[in-house]
Design a protein around this ligand. Structure first.
Ligand code: NAD
Length: 361
Protein backbone atom coordinates (compact mmCIF):
# COMPACT_ATOMS: atom_id res chain seq x y z
CA UNK A 1 0.00 0.00 0.00
CA UNK A 2 1.79 3.08 -1.27
CA UNK A 3 0.89 6.39 0.38
CA UNK A 4 2.21 9.73 -0.88
CA UNK A 5 2.50 12.08 2.07
CA UNK A 6 2.25 15.77 1.15
CA UNK A 7 2.29 17.93 4.30
CA UNK A 8 2.33 21.36 2.57
CA UNK A 9 2.34 24.68 4.40
CA UNK A 10 1.33 26.33 7.66
CA UNK A 11 -0.03 23.76 10.12
CA UNK A 12 0.15 21.06 7.38
CA UNK A 13 3.44 19.49 8.55
CA UNK A 14 2.33 19.49 12.23
CA UNK A 15 -1.01 17.78 11.67
CA UNK A 16 0.23 15.32 9.03
CA UNK A 17 3.02 14.21 11.40
CA UNK A 18 0.33 13.14 13.89
CA UNK A 19 -1.66 11.24 11.25
CA UNK A 20 1.51 9.43 10.12
CA UNK A 21 2.22 8.52 13.75
CA UNK A 22 -1.28 7.03 14.01
CA UNK A 23 -0.89 5.07 10.74
CA UNK A 24 2.46 3.68 11.89
CA UNK A 25 1.01 2.23 15.07
CA UNK A 26 -1.49 0.14 13.09
CA UNK A 27 1.28 -2.20 12.02
CA UNK A 28 0.10 -2.51 8.42
CA UNK A 29 2.45 -2.82 5.41
CA UNK A 30 2.43 0.83 4.30
CA UNK A 31 5.09 2.39 2.16
CA UNK A 32 5.01 6.13 2.86
CA UNK A 33 6.99 8.69 0.90
CA UNK A 34 6.86 12.47 1.46
CA UNK A 35 7.26 15.37 -0.96
CA UNK A 36 6.98 19.14 -0.93
CA UNK A 37 3.80 20.80 -2.17
CA UNK A 38 2.32 24.31 -2.16
CA UNK A 39 4.32 27.27 -0.90
CA UNK A 40 7.01 24.97 0.48
CA UNK A 41 7.52 23.52 -3.01
CA UNK A 42 7.46 26.99 -4.59
CA UNK A 43 10.19 28.14 -2.22
CA UNK A 44 12.36 25.09 -2.95
CA UNK A 45 11.64 24.45 -6.65
CA UNK A 46 9.83 27.54 -8.02
CA UNK A 47 6.51 25.67 -8.54
CA UNK A 48 3.72 24.69 -6.12
CA UNK A 49 3.29 21.26 -7.76
CA UNK A 50 6.69 20.06 -9.00
CA UNK A 51 6.68 17.17 -11.50
CA UNK A 52 8.27 14.82 -8.95
CA UNK A 53 5.49 15.53 -6.43
CA UNK A 54 2.79 14.96 -9.04
CA UNK A 55 4.44 11.71 -10.16
CA UNK A 56 4.68 10.47 -6.57
CA UNK A 57 0.95 11.17 -6.12
CA UNK A 58 0.06 9.43 -9.40
CA UNK A 59 2.07 6.32 -8.49
CA UNK A 60 0.54 6.02 -5.03
CA UNK A 61 -2.64 4.19 -4.00
CA UNK A 62 -3.57 7.21 -1.91
CA UNK A 63 -2.35 10.68 -1.04
CA UNK A 64 -2.36 12.03 2.50
CA UNK A 65 -2.41 15.81 2.18
CA UNK A 66 -2.05 18.52 4.83
CA UNK A 67 -2.91 21.99 3.55
CA UNK A 68 -1.35 24.65 1.35
CA UNK A 69 -1.27 28.43 1.30
CA UNK A 70 0.00 31.46 3.10
CA UNK A 71 -0.80 35.14 2.74
CA UNK A 72 2.82 35.80 1.76
CA UNK A 73 2.19 34.21 -1.66
CA UNK A 74 -0.83 36.43 -2.46
CA UNK A 75 1.13 38.63 -4.86
CA UNK A 76 2.33 35.71 -7.01
CA UNK A 77 0.78 35.10 -10.43
CA UNK A 78 -2.17 32.78 -9.88
CA UNK A 79 -0.62 29.67 -11.56
CA UNK A 80 2.26 29.85 -9.08
CA UNK A 81 0.18 30.27 -5.94
CA UNK A 82 0.21 27.38 -3.44
CA UNK A 83 -3.53 26.68 -3.87
CA UNK A 84 -2.89 25.75 -7.52
CA UNK A 85 -1.17 22.60 -6.26
CA UNK A 86 -4.40 21.19 -4.91
CA UNK A 87 -6.30 22.14 -8.08
CA UNK A 88 -3.53 20.51 -10.16
CA UNK A 89 -3.66 17.30 -8.11
CA UNK A 90 -7.45 17.13 -8.42
CA UNK A 91 -7.32 17.64 -12.17
CA UNK A 92 -4.36 15.33 -12.88
CA UNK A 93 -5.62 12.48 -10.73
CA UNK A 94 -9.21 12.95 -11.95
CA UNK A 95 -10.47 13.39 -8.36
CA UNK A 96 -14.02 14.38 -9.21
CA UNK A 97 -15.89 13.34 -6.06
CA UNK A 98 -15.26 15.09 -2.78
CA UNK A 99 -16.80 13.51 0.32
CA UNK A 100 -17.14 15.75 3.33
CA UNK A 101 -18.94 14.15 6.23
CA UNK A 102 -20.14 16.54 8.91
CA UNK A 103 -20.67 14.57 12.09
CA UNK A 104 -21.35 16.20 15.43
CA UNK A 105 -19.69 14.07 18.10
CA UNK A 106 -21.78 13.78 21.23
CA UNK A 107 -18.90 15.14 23.34
CA UNK A 108 -18.63 18.29 21.20
CA UNK A 109 -22.27 19.31 21.05
CA UNK A 110 -21.51 22.37 23.18
CA UNK A 111 -18.68 23.47 20.87
CA UNK A 112 -21.13 24.01 18.00
CA UNK A 113 -22.22 27.53 17.18
CA UNK A 114 -25.82 26.25 17.09
CA UNK A 115 -28.07 25.20 19.96
CA UNK A 116 -27.29 21.63 21.15
CA UNK A 117 -30.72 20.30 20.16
CA UNK A 118 -30.15 21.38 16.56
CA UNK A 119 -26.87 19.47 16.18
CA UNK A 120 -26.99 16.53 18.62
CA UNK A 121 -26.77 13.42 16.46
CA UNK A 122 -25.99 15.38 13.29
CA UNK A 123 -24.58 13.13 10.55
CA UNK A 124 -24.70 14.56 7.05
CA UNK A 125 -22.56 13.89 4.02
CA UNK A 126 -21.80 16.64 1.54
CA UNK A 127 -20.67 15.39 -1.86
CA UNK A 128 -19.04 18.16 -3.83
CA UNK A 129 -18.19 17.84 -7.53
CA UNK A 130 -14.54 18.75 -7.69
CA UNK A 131 -13.20 19.03 -11.22
CA UNK A 132 -15.75 21.17 -13.06
CA UNK A 133 -17.76 24.35 -12.53
CA UNK A 134 -16.46 27.90 -12.49
CA UNK A 135 -13.12 26.81 -10.98
CA UNK A 136 -12.14 25.15 -14.24
CA UNK A 137 -13.94 27.33 -16.81
CA UNK A 138 -12.27 29.89 -19.03
CA UNK A 139 -10.93 32.79 -16.97
CA UNK A 140 -10.60 36.21 -18.51
CA UNK A 141 -7.95 38.38 -16.99
CA UNK A 142 -5.13 35.97 -16.27
CA UNK A 143 -3.27 36.91 -19.42
CA UNK A 144 -3.13 40.55 -18.37
CA UNK A 145 -2.37 39.92 -14.70
CA UNK A 146 0.44 41.81 -13.04
CA UNK A 147 1.47 40.37 -9.68
CA UNK A 148 -1.84 38.48 -9.60
CA UNK A 149 -3.99 41.62 -10.08
CA UNK A 150 -5.38 43.52 -13.09
CA UNK A 151 -4.38 47.17 -13.00
CA UNK A 152 -6.34 49.25 -15.50
CA UNK A 153 -8.53 46.32 -16.68
CA UNK A 154 -12.23 47.00 -17.33
CA UNK A 155 -13.49 43.55 -16.48
CA UNK A 156 -12.57 40.06 -15.38
CA UNK A 157 -14.71 36.93 -15.62
CA UNK A 158 -14.71 33.18 -15.11
CA UNK A 159 -17.11 30.88 -16.96
CA UNK A 160 -19.30 28.31 -15.22
CA UNK A 161 -19.71 25.06 -17.13
CA UNK A 162 -20.66 21.45 -16.57
CA UNK A 163 -20.85 18.61 -19.08
CA UNK A 164 -23.45 15.82 -18.98
CA UNK A 165 -20.94 13.05 -18.05
CA UNK A 166 -19.53 15.18 -15.24
CA UNK A 167 -22.97 15.61 -13.67
CA UNK A 168 -24.02 12.01 -14.29
CA UNK A 169 -21.01 10.51 -12.55
CA UNK A 170 -21.25 12.69 -9.44
CA UNK A 171 -25.00 12.01 -9.25
CA UNK A 172 -24.32 8.25 -9.32
CA UNK A 173 -21.77 8.67 -6.52
CA UNK A 174 -24.35 10.54 -4.42
CA UNK A 175 -27.17 8.04 -4.95
CA UNK A 176 -24.86 5.11 -4.20
CA UNK A 177 -23.60 6.79 -1.02
CA UNK A 178 -27.19 7.48 0.06
CA UNK A 179 -28.04 3.80 -0.34
CA UNK A 180 -25.57 3.04 2.45
CA UNK A 181 -27.15 5.71 4.69
CA UNK A 182 -30.67 7.09 5.11
CA UNK A 183 -31.47 6.89 1.36
CA UNK A 184 -32.12 10.61 0.85
CA UNK A 185 -30.33 12.95 -1.58
CA UNK A 186 -30.74 16.71 -1.73
CA UNK A 187 -29.33 18.18 -4.94
CA UNK A 188 -28.37 21.81 -4.43
CA UNK A 189 -28.43 24.17 -7.40
CA UNK A 190 -29.27 27.68 -8.55
CA UNK A 191 -31.52 26.59 -11.41
CA UNK A 192 -33.74 29.66 -11.02
CA UNK A 193 -30.93 31.90 -12.26
CA UNK A 194 -28.12 29.86 -13.85
CA UNK A 195 -28.44 27.78 -17.03
CA UNK A 196 -25.62 25.52 -15.86
CA UNK A 197 -27.65 24.55 -12.80
CA UNK A 198 -30.92 23.98 -14.65
CA UNK A 199 -28.90 21.49 -16.70
CA UNK A 200 -27.51 20.05 -13.44
CA UNK A 201 -30.99 19.67 -11.97
CA UNK A 202 -32.39 17.96 -15.08
CA UNK A 203 -29.56 15.43 -15.21
CA UNK A 204 -29.60 14.63 -11.48
CA UNK A 205 -33.37 14.01 -11.84
CA UNK A 206 -32.73 11.66 -14.79
CA UNK A 207 -30.05 9.71 -12.91
CA UNK A 208 -32.31 9.57 -9.85
CA UNK A 209 -34.80 7.43 -11.81
CA UNK A 210 -32.24 4.62 -11.68
CA UNK A 211 -32.41 4.74 -7.86
CA UNK A 212 -36.12 4.42 -7.02
CA UNK A 213 -35.21 3.42 -3.45
CA UNK A 214 -33.53 6.79 -2.82
CA UNK A 215 -35.63 9.92 -2.24
CA UNK A 216 -34.42 12.94 -4.22
CA UNK A 217 -35.26 16.56 -3.62
CA UNK A 218 -33.85 19.78 -5.04
CA UNK A 219 -32.98 22.96 -3.19
CA UNK A 220 -31.62 26.34 -4.25
CA UNK A 221 -28.25 27.07 -2.75
CA UNK A 222 -29.41 30.13 -0.81
CA UNK A 223 -32.16 28.09 0.83
CA UNK A 224 -29.71 25.25 1.49
CA UNK A 225 -27.41 27.68 3.31
CA UNK A 226 -30.37 28.81 5.40
CA UNK A 227 -31.57 25.27 6.15
CA UNK A 228 -28.07 24.19 7.16
CA UNK A 229 -28.12 26.66 10.04
CA UNK A 230 -31.85 26.34 10.76
CA UNK A 231 -32.44 22.58 10.73
CA UNK A 232 -29.29 20.77 9.58
CA UNK A 233 -30.49 17.33 10.69
CA UNK A 234 -33.11 17.30 7.94
CA UNK A 235 -30.33 16.48 5.42
CA UNK A 236 -28.81 13.10 4.69
CA UNK A 237 -26.66 13.39 1.52
CA UNK A 238 -26.21 16.77 -0.17
CA UNK A 239 -24.80 16.72 -3.70
CA UNK A 240 -23.74 19.93 -5.37
CA UNK A 241 -21.29 21.64 -7.70
CA UNK A 242 -17.76 22.70 -6.98
CA UNK A 243 -18.33 26.26 -5.79
CA UNK A 244 -21.56 25.77 -3.83
CA UNK A 245 -20.02 22.67 -2.25
CA UNK A 246 -16.95 24.62 -1.18
CA UNK A 247 -19.05 27.16 0.68
CA UNK A 248 -21.74 24.86 2.11
CA UNK A 249 -19.23 22.34 3.42
CA UNK A 250 -17.40 25.02 5.40
CA UNK A 251 -20.71 26.19 6.86
CA UNK A 252 -21.56 22.57 7.76
CA UNK A 253 -18.12 22.26 9.33
CA UNK A 254 -18.89 24.88 11.92
CA UNK A 255 -22.07 23.06 12.96
CA UNK A 256 -19.90 20.25 14.22
CA UNK A 257 -17.91 22.44 16.59
CA UNK A 258 -14.74 23.09 14.64
CA UNK A 259 -13.36 22.86 11.17
CA UNK A 260 -10.45 21.15 12.92
CA UNK A 261 -12.59 18.00 13.25
CA UNK A 262 -13.65 17.46 9.65
CA UNK A 263 -11.96 15.01 7.30
CA UNK A 264 -12.44 14.80 3.56
CA UNK A 265 -11.83 12.36 0.74
CA UNK A 266 -11.49 13.15 -2.96
CA UNK A 267 -11.83 10.10 -5.17
CA UNK A 268 -11.40 9.24 -8.82
CA UNK A 269 -13.09 6.50 -10.82
CA UNK A 270 -10.45 3.96 -9.69
CA UNK A 271 -10.98 4.72 -5.97
CA UNK A 272 -7.56 6.27 -5.83
CA UNK A 273 -7.94 9.18 -3.48
CA UNK A 274 -6.54 12.28 -1.87
CA UNK A 275 -7.34 12.63 1.81
CA UNK A 276 -7.08 15.93 3.61
CA UNK A 277 -8.66 17.91 6.42
CA UNK A 278 -11.46 20.24 5.29
CA UNK A 279 -9.62 23.24 6.69
CA UNK A 280 -6.73 25.26 5.25
CA UNK A 281 -3.18 25.88 6.36
CA UNK A 282 -4.20 28.18 9.26
CA UNK A 283 -1.15 30.47 9.03
CA UNK A 284 -2.40 32.31 12.13
CA UNK A 285 -1.58 29.34 14.38
CA UNK A 286 1.18 27.62 12.36
CA UNK A 287 4.24 26.53 14.32
CA UNK A 288 2.53 27.02 17.68
CA UNK A 289 1.72 23.36 18.29
CA UNK A 290 -1.96 24.13 18.97
CA UNK A 291 -3.67 22.96 15.75
CA UNK A 292 -6.24 20.20 16.00
CA UNK A 293 -4.86 17.12 14.19
CA UNK A 294 -8.12 15.13 14.40
CA UNK A 295 -9.45 16.16 10.96
CA UNK A 296 -6.24 14.84 9.40
CA UNK A 297 -6.23 11.69 11.54
CA UNK A 298 -9.87 11.06 10.54
CA UNK A 299 -8.90 11.69 6.89
CA UNK A 300 -6.31 8.92 7.26
CA UNK A 301 -9.16 6.68 8.49
CA UNK A 302 -11.18 7.54 5.36
CA UNK A 303 -8.10 6.68 3.29
CA UNK A 304 -7.90 3.25 4.88
CA UNK A 305 -11.59 2.64 4.23
CA UNK A 306 -11.99 3.99 0.68
CA UNK A 307 -8.65 3.48 -1.07
CA UNK A 308 -6.78 0.83 0.91
CA UNK A 309 -9.63 -1.57 1.77
CA UNK A 310 -8.72 -1.58 5.48
CA UNK A 311 -12.12 -0.88 7.01
CA UNK A 312 -11.25 -2.53 10.34
CA UNK A 313 -8.20 -0.28 10.76
CA UNK A 314 -10.35 2.76 9.88
CA UNK A 315 -12.81 1.73 12.59
CA UNK A 316 -9.97 1.48 15.10
CA UNK A 317 -8.86 5.06 14.38
CA UNK A 318 -12.40 6.42 14.55
CA UNK A 319 -13.07 4.64 17.87
CA UNK A 320 -9.77 5.94 19.24
CA UNK A 321 -10.80 9.52 18.35
CA UNK A 322 -14.13 9.04 20.12
CA UNK A 323 -12.26 7.67 23.11
CA UNK A 324 -9.89 10.67 23.44
CA UNK A 325 -12.86 13.02 23.19
CA UNK A 326 -14.64 11.00 25.89
CA UNK A 327 -11.51 11.38 28.05
CA UNK A 328 -12.13 15.15 27.83
CA UNK A 329 -9.02 15.98 25.78
CA UNK A 330 -9.47 19.09 23.61
CA UNK A 331 -7.26 21.25 21.42
CA UNK A 332 -7.83 25.00 21.76
CA UNK A 333 -10.39 25.18 18.92
CA UNK A 334 -12.79 22.79 20.72
CA UNK A 335 -11.84 23.58 24.31
CA UNK A 336 -14.54 24.44 26.84
CA UNK A 337 -14.57 24.77 30.60
CA UNK A 338 -14.28 21.43 32.37
CA UNK A 339 -12.22 19.76 29.64
CA UNK A 340 -8.44 19.31 29.36
CA UNK A 341 -6.58 21.53 26.91
CA UNK A 342 -3.88 19.72 24.91
CA UNK A 343 -1.59 20.60 22.01
CA UNK A 344 -1.30 19.01 18.57
CA UNK A 345 1.30 16.42 19.59
CA UNK A 346 -0.45 15.43 22.83
CA UNK A 347 -3.68 14.88 20.92
CA UNK A 348 -1.87 12.63 18.40
CA UNK A 349 -0.18 10.75 21.26
CA UNK A 350 -3.56 10.22 22.94
CA UNK A 351 -5.03 8.70 19.76
CA UNK A 352 -1.99 6.43 19.44
CA UNK A 353 -2.38 5.39 23.10
CA UNK A 354 -6.09 4.64 22.60
CA UNK A 355 -5.31 2.44 19.57
CA UNK A 356 -2.51 0.64 21.41
CA UNK A 357 -4.83 0.03 24.36
CA UNK A 358 -7.49 -1.61 22.18
CA UNK A 359 -4.78 -3.74 20.50
CA UNK A 360 -3.58 -4.98 23.88
CA UNK A 361 -7.13 -5.29 25.21
P1 NAD B 1 -8.17 28.07 7.36
O1 NAD B 1 -9.05 26.89 7.32
O2 NAD B 1 -6.72 27.84 7.16
O3 NAD B 1 -8.37 28.83 8.77
C1 NAD B 1 -9.62 29.37 9.18
C2 NAD B 1 -9.63 29.48 10.72
O4 NAD B 1 -9.76 28.17 11.27
C3 NAD B 1 -8.35 30.07 11.29
O5 NAD B 1 -8.66 30.87 12.40
C4 NAD B 1 -7.56 28.86 11.74
O6 NAD B 1 -6.69 29.10 12.82
C5 NAD B 1 -8.67 27.88 12.12
N1 NAD B 1 -8.26 26.49 11.89
C6 NAD B 1 -8.14 25.87 10.70
N2 NAD B 1 -7.72 24.62 10.88
C7 NAD B 1 -7.55 24.43 12.20
C8 NAD B 1 -7.12 23.32 13.00
N3 NAD B 1 -6.76 22.13 12.49
N4 NAD B 1 -7.07 23.50 14.34
C9 NAD B 1 -7.43 24.66 14.89
N5 NAD B 1 -7.86 25.74 14.20
C10 NAD B 1 -7.90 25.62 12.85
O7 NAD B 1 -8.73 29.10 6.28
P2 NAD B 1 -8.18 30.53 5.83
O8 NAD B 1 -7.61 31.26 7.00
O9 NAD B 1 -9.27 31.14 5.04
O10 NAD B 1 -7.01 30.18 4.81
C11 NAD B 1 -5.64 30.10 5.17
C12 NAD B 1 -4.83 29.59 3.98
O11 NAD B 1 -5.23 28.23 3.70
C13 NAD B 1 -5.07 30.37 2.70
O12 NAD B 1 -3.84 30.51 2.03
C14 NAD B 1 -6.03 29.49 1.91
O13 NAD B 1 -5.94 29.68 0.53
C15 NAD B 1 -5.54 28.14 2.31
N6 NAD B 1 -6.53 27.05 2.15
C16 NAD B 1 -6.03 25.87 1.72
C17 NAD B 1 -6.87 24.78 1.59
C18 NAD B 1 -6.26 23.46 1.15
O14 NAD B 1 -5.06 23.29 1.25
N7 NAD B 1 -7.04 22.51 0.65
C19 NAD B 1 -8.23 24.90 1.91
C20 NAD B 1 -8.70 26.12 2.40
C21 NAD B 1 -7.84 27.21 2.52
Amino acid sequence: MKIAVLPGDGIGPEIVAEAVKVLNVLDLPFEMESALVGGAAFDAHGHPLPDATLQLAKDADAVLFGAVGDWKYDTLDRPLRPEQAILGLRKNLGLFANFRPAICYEQLVDASSLKPELVAGLDILIIRELTGDIYFGQPRGRRTAVDGHFPGADEAFDTMRYSRPEIERIAHVAFQAARKRDKRVTSVDKANVLETFQFWKDIVTEVGKEYPDVALDHMYVDNAAMQLVKAPKKFDVIVTGNMFGDILSDAAAMLTGSIGMLPSASLNAKNQGLYEPSHGSAPDIAGKGVANPLATILSAAMMLRFSLQQAAAADRIESAVQSVLAQGLRTADIYSAGTVKVGTREMGDAVVAAITKTTKG
